[in-house]
Design a protein around this ligand. Structure first.
Ligand SMILES: Cc1cc2nc3c(=O)[nH]c(=O)nc-3n(C[C@H](O)[C@H](O)[C@H](O)COP(=O)(O)O)c2cc1C
Length: 190
């Protein structure tokens, strides 16, 4: 059986990148061929959470692919039908809002636009301090968007970060499996 081609986008929720890399490395290699896509800040910045060179070497070990890092590199995803599904994990408040409004000014938003054009499933794993604030309306719009599915998410620190929510990254592959059947995994809010 041919492997499913999966575009896996990482955006700038730096504190969760390590966790997402762990999950990415667990995604069934017999079933999926993964191409990483990095938002500009992820492709260019080291932080206290992860050095940029470490990220690139980990991605190379997991996927054996060079990441897509520019709008120009992401553009062929649409016309050449490069993917069967896409994951955006972690997905920042910034990228959530752009996706909700159809703004296409990064490698990741370009890749999602291409995926929407081809009507393939897009799985979003949010991680943002303003999920119950400024990003709530973006999440609402995307929950109501065809071919968009959410990795279940919950408040991660209700006492100290009142509006923060983070996906349960361990459910990325399960959410993807369901999304490929056209079904949103439940419960969405954990
Ligand atoms: C160390 C660090 C951690 C961050 N963590 C988050 C986060 O968890 N969630 C979020 O929405 N933004 C976070 N940000 C802010 C985003 O990186 C910023 O909004 C950026 O413009 C996102 O761009 P992108 O969505 O294209 O990746 C963080 C920034 C830094 C420097």
């Amino acid at each position: 059986m041919d492997k499913l081609k999966l575009g896996f986008a990482l955006t700038g929720s730096f504190c969760t990148l390590e966790r997402v890399l762990e999950e990415m490395s667990q995604i069934c290699p017999e079933k999926y061929e993964i191409t990483p896509i990095l938002s500009p800040i992820v492709a260019s910045e080291s932080t206290r959470f992860l050095e940029k060179d470490e990220l690139f070497s980990r991605l190379s070990m997991i996927t054996a692919k060079k990441p897509i890092t520019t709008i120009k590199e992401a553009e062929p995803i649409g016309p050449k039908k490069l993917f069967d599904a896409m994951v955006v994990a972690p997905c920042t408040g910034n990228t959530l809002s752009k996706l909700a409004l159809g703004i296409t000014d990064t490698s990741v938003t370009m890749a999602v636009k291409a995926a929407l054009r081809n009507e393939i499933p897009i799985v979003i794993a949010p991680s943002t301090n303003d999920a119950l604030g400024a990003s709530a309306k973006s999440i609402g719009l995307l929950l109501n968007t065809k071919n968009v599915y959410f990795v279940p998410f919950s408040q991660d620190a209700p006492d100290s970060k009142h509006r923060s929510m983070v996906a349960d990254f361990s459910l990325i592959e399960d959410t993807l499996e369901k999304a490929l059947e056209g079904v949103q995994i439940q419960p969405i809010i954990k």
